[in-house]
Design a protein around this ligand. Structure first.
Ligand code: HEC
Ligand code: HEC
Length: 312
C-alpha cells in the first residue's frame, strides 16, 4: 500500500512538473509565434455615413449595395435576402453581422456547402458598407442589434482589464495567445491575428456561428473596448507575450528560450524523480516530504516559480 502510494505520488509529481514545464515552454513559444503573424489586413473606416438616411450619398450607397448584393449574394440568400435552401435569410440580422461576415472574408461563399473561412475580404470598406446598408434596409433590425460601431476608439482601452476579461471569456476557445483551437464537434475557434478592432467588437456583440454572443449585460461597453484593445494591441503586437518580456529579444530568441526552459525543466524533473525513486527504495514510506506541495494540483504555482526562474 505504501509502495503504491509512493508510486502514485511520483507519477503525479512528475506529471505536475512536466505540465508546468511545457506550460512555460508553450507560453513562450506561443507568444513567439504570435508575433510572426501579419497584423491588420484591412482598413478602418467609420460607418458614420450609415446614419444619414436621406442624403443623395446615402441613396447612392443603397443602390450600390443592391447591385453588389444581387451580383454576389442573391444566388444563395435570395434577391430580397429572404433565404432559401442554399442559405439562411438575412432579414433582420443587423449591420454588425453583415459587416463581420464580409470583413472576415467568410462571405461570399463559393459553394453553399463550403465552410466559411477567413480570407481577404472580397470587397473594400466602402463596398462592405454599401452591402450592409442594402441588407439592413430590407427589414427592421431586431431588438438589441448593435449595428456597425462608428468611431470605435480604443486608444484609452484598459489593456490589463482587457486581458483578464479575455482570459475569462475568450481564451477557453481562442486560447490565451489568440492562436485559436479546435473545439468539440469539429468546430474551430479561429486565430485572432489579423482581425481589426471593428471585427473583434462585432464578434463579441453578435456571436457569429458557433461563438456565443456577449451582450451588454455580460460584458459592458467599456469592457468590450478593453477586450478589443487587448486583442488588437497586445495579442497582435505583443510587447511581452504572456506577460514575459525577456528583454524584448524577439520571437525567435523567445522560442529558443522557451524550448530550453521547457526541455531543461523536463530533464530536471526526470532526474529528480529518478533520484527520489532510488532513495525511496531504501525502504521507508512517504511521511512528510518535499517542499513541492501535496500533489499535482499545484502546477499553476509551479509554472509561476519557473517563470521567476526564467527571469533571473
Ligand atoms: C454560395 C452561397 C452563398 C453566397 C454566394 C453567399 N452566402 Fe452568405 N451564407 C451562406 C450560407 C450557407 C450561410 C450559413 C453559413 C454558416 O452558418 O456556417 C451564410 C451565412 C451568411 C451570414 C450570416 C447569417 C447569420 O444569421 O449569422 C451573412 C451575414 C451572410 N451570409 C451574408 C452574405 C452576403 C452579404 C453575401 C454576398 C456578398 C453572401 N452572404 C453570399 C451562403 C452564401
Ligand atoms: C465557445 C467558444 C468561443 C468563445 C467563448 C469565444 N469565441 Fe470567438 N469565435 C468562436 C468561433 C467558433 C468563431 C468562428 C465563428 C464561426 O463559427 O463561424 C469565433 C470567431 C471570432 C472572431 C472572428 C474571427 C475571424 O476569423 O474573423 C473574433 C474576432 C472572436 N471570435 C473574438 C472573440 C472574443 C473577443 C471572445 C471573448 C469575448 C470570444 N471570441 C469568445 C468561438 C468562441
Amino acid at each position: 500500500m505504501t509502495a503504491s502510494h509512493a508510486t502514485w505520488r511520483r507519477a503525479l509529481l512528475s506529471l505536475a512538473l512536466l505540465v508546468s514545464a511545457s506550460f512555460v515552454g508553450v507560453f513562450l513559444l506561443g507568444g513567439g509565434r504570435a508575433e510572426v503573424y501579419p497584423s491588420g489586413n484591412s482598413t478602418e473606416v467609420d460607418a458614420t455615413s450609415l446614419t444619414s438616411q436621406d442624403s443623395p450619398a446615402a441613396a447612392n450607397q443603397l443602390a450600390g449595395g443592391r447591385t453588389l448584393f444581387v451580383e454576389n449574394c442573391s444566388t444563395c440568400h435570395g434577391i430580397d435576402a429572404s433565404g432559401g435552401d442554399r442559405a439562411p435569410p438575412l432579414l433582420g440580422v443587423g449591420g454588425a453581422t453583415v459587416d463581420l461576415w464580409l470583413s472576415s472574408g467568410w462571405m461570399p461563399l463559393a459553394e453553399p456547402t463550403a465552410e466559411p473561412e477567413r480570407k481577404p475580404a472580397k470587397f473594400d470598406r466602402a463596398q462592405v458598407l454599401e452591402i450592409v446598408r442594402y441588407v439592413t434596409s430590407l427589414a427592421p433590425a431586431l431588438p438589441g442589434d448593435p449595428g456597425v460601431p462608428s468611431g470605435l476608439d480604443i486608444s484609452h482601452a484598459n489593456v490589463a482589464e482587457g486581458f483578464s476579461m479575455f482570459a475569462l471569456n475568450c481564451a477557453p476557445c481562442h486560447t490565451i495567445t489568440g492562436a485559436g483551437d479546435a473545439l468539440a464537434g469539429g468546430i474551430q475557434a479561429p486565430p485572432l491575428h489579423g482581425v481589426t478592432k471593428t471585427m473583434v467588437w462585432e464578434a463579441i456583440r453578435t456571436g457569429p456561428g458557433n461563438m456565443p454572443r456577449f451582450g451588454p449585460g455580460t460584458i459592458s461597453p467599456a469592457q468590450v473596448v478593453d477586450i478589443v484593445g487587448y486583442v488588437v494591441k497586445d495579442i497582435q503586437r505583443p510587447v511581452s507575450p504572456g506577460g514575459l518580456s525577456l528583454g524584448g529579444v524577439g520571437p525567435v530568441a523567445e522560442g529558443f528560450v522557451g524550448l530550453f526552459v521547457g526541455v531543461g525543466l523536463c530533464l530536471l524533473a526526470a532526474l529528480w524523480v529518478g533520484d527520489r525513486a532510488e532513495t525511496e527504495e531504501d525502504g521507508e514510506h512517504d511521511g512528510h516530504d518535499g517542499p513541492e506541495g501535496p500533489d499535482g494540483d499545484e502546477d499553476g504555482e509551479g509554472g509561476d516559480d519557473h517563470r521567476e526562474l526564467a527571469h533571473a
